[in-house]
Design a protein around this ligand. Structure first.
Ligand SMILES: *[C@@H]1O[C@H](CO)[C@@H](O)[C@H](O)[C@H]1NC(C)=O
Ligand SMILES: *[C@@H]1O[C@H](CO)[C@@H](O)[C@H](O)[C@H]1NC(C)=O
Ligand SMILES: *[C@@H]1O[C@H](CO)[C@@H](O)[C@H](O)[C@H]1NC(C)=O
Ligand SMILES: *[C@@H]1O[C@H](CO)[C@@H](O)[C@H](O)[C@H]1NC(C)=O
Ligand SMILES: *[C@@H]1O[C@H](CO)[C@@H](O)[C@H](O)[C@H]1NC(C)=O
Length: 339
């Protein structure tokens, strides 16, 4: 090939790759951190929260965001424990709630209730919400012997297009109410015992750590997920991708809830904490025929499928493929950045 042709083809390649970079602007090869998300969100409107800032509580800062907000605004929470309940109302979209890291910034409350919504420490009703580097905790004293069978949600996610990066969710019971909408959880830590990730969300949990705790009130095994997909045309489902499940108690990966529920663990490490049957239809009297409770390419002692319930599924690559890409939640259209 003459030199000029070679240079021309290199230039063409460069041109093509820069065009593709425009088509796929958000996929990250780097660690997704606060500065990277901030640069993608492209705003310099910042409200500061901290003991010596204008806003002392997270809710006061959220209250200061205008109703009908339509441009990204950063609510930056300095290190510290904020003991308060926080609600992001429907009218306050485009909030980027940024902490100093999940070990340093925490929002904590301790309500417990038979009503999940009422118990939640942190609730997002708004669409277009992003959080980075914050712990959300419900520390109600209920998973102890003789405590009431109340629920204590750490976070309820009821908006569409919501993402949590490097966050943590802690609660003794029903930790993450993934109520509805398209959601992305990345490099986050979720701890609980009974039904601790539940709801009708359409969600990808990318590289998350799931930690199972004992519940001292009852003898049943808890369940990591209780997904609730009511019908075959509902787009919801939980997908756990390249994560890790471990802990101190025994738990099922999921229990049957809605008749068409979908939960998939793919390319994940499952420790001994995952019980051999894998999945349960406990308290569910409907047919298991339309459930999609599946595993794909998992590893670790909890991934042995010999004793799995017969209605659970081991997916092949083709069956798993619609779920294990960001397109499952249309992420290319709305996520600031993803893997
Ligand atoms: C913030 O952004 C606005 C609009 O892009 C710009 O006019 C302003 O100079 C910026 N302010 C700072 C402090 O960067
Ligand atoms: C349990 O929930 C009920 C109903 O919401 C409430 O009245 C009660 O105070 C809760 N108990 C505790 C210990 O939080
Ligand atoms: C729980 O509380 C919320 C908020 O007050 C209310 O809208 C909802 O109807 C309650 N749910 C149940 C099942 O009582
Ligand atoms: C629930 O699961 C058990 C064990 O796999 C099975 O024997 C039973 O038929 C299931 N119930 C329904 C309603 O499918
Ligand atoms: C999987 O579990 C079965 C039943 O407990 C056991 O016989 C088998 O050895 C296990 N396989 C591996 C690879 O550990």
């Amino acid at each position: 090939m003459p030199m000029s042709t070679r240079i021309a083809s290199v230039l063409l390649l460069l041109l093509l790759s820069s065009m593709f970079a425009g088509v796929l602007p958000h996929k990250s090869k780097d660690i997704i951190d606060g500065p990277l998300i901030t640069s993608k969100i492209k705003t310099n409107r910042t409200i500061l929260v901290g003991p010596s800032e204008e806003f002392k509580t997270v809710q006061a800062a959220v209250d200061a965001v205008p109703m009908g907000n339509s441009d990204w605004i950063i609510v930056h929470c300095r290190s510290g424990i904020y003991r308060e309940k926080v609600v992001i109302p429907k009218e306050k979209q485009y909030i980027f709630l940024r902490g100093n890291g999940k070990g340093r910034t925490a929002i904590v409350w301790d309500d417990s209730s038979t009503n999940n919504t009422l118990s939640a420490t942190f609730t997002v009703w708004a669409d277009n919400f992003v959080a980075f580097g914050i712990s959300f905790k419900n520390d109600a004293l209920i998973a102890v012997a003789d405590a009431p069978h109340n629920q204590s949600v750490a976070t309820m996610v009821a908006g569409d297009k919501v993402a949590f990066y490097h966050c943590a969710f802690y609660s003794p019971h029903n930790t993450l109410f993934d109520y509805k909408g398209r959601h992305y959880y990345e490099s986050s830590y979720i701890q609980g015992n009974i039904d601790f990730i539940f709801g009708r969300g359409q969600s990808i949990f990318q590289s998350c750590e799931i930690f199972v705790l004992h519940d001292k009130r009852i003898k049943i095994l808890g369940s990591i997920t209780a997904q609730n997909r009511p019908s075959s045309d509902d787009s919801s489902g939980f997908v756990f991708l390249k994560g890790k499940v471990y802990g101190v108690g025994d738990a099922y990966l999921g229990r049957a809830k809605g008749p068409h529920s979908r939960v998939i663990f793919a390319k994940s490490y499952l420790s001994r904490t995952v019980t051999a049957a894998g999945w349960t239809n406990w308290s569910y009297d409907g047919s298991t025929d339309n459930l999609l409770y599946g595993e794909y390419d998992c590893r670790g002692p909890g991934s042995n499928t010999t004793l799995r319930v017969p209605w659970s599924k081991q997916l092949n690559e083709e069956e798993a493929s619609p779920f294990i890409t960001i397109d499952f939640i249309d992420g290319k259209e709305w996520l600031p950045v993803y893997y």
